[in-house]
Unconditional design. Sequence first.
Length: 128
Amino acid sequence: MFTFRDPKFYLFFTQNKVGKQAARDFLKRLKERTESRDTKVKFSVLKKQLKAIETWGHDAPADLSVFKHPVLVANGDNDRMVPTPNSYDLAKRFTNAESVIIYPNSGHGGIFQYHEEFLKKAIPFLTK
C-alpha cells in the first residue's frame, strides 16, 4: 500500500528478478484491456477478505470427494498465499482431479506468469 505498487506485484509473484519482471509484464497486460476492467478494491473489502481467509484457514478440510466434475489444479512452486503443498493435497481430495500443474519460479500468479502455457492446458480441459 505504501509503495504505491499494485498489491498483485507482491502477492502473486516471487520477489526475485524473474518474478518481478513477470509482475511488471502482467500488470502491463492488465492495462492493455480497455473494456470490462476491474474496479479497484476498497481497503474495507480487502480487510474482510483477509478475515475470511483467516477464518477459512482454521476450518477442517472440506470433503471434496462429493464433487464429480473433472478438476485441474494449477499453482506456482513458491505461492505465499496458498502454499504449493496444498495444491497436491487439494488434487488428492478431488476424486476427479486430472492433473496438477506447478509452474516453476512463480507464486500465486503462476497462471498469469505462464499464461500462454496455462491456456494450452486450460482450453482443452474446459472444452472436453
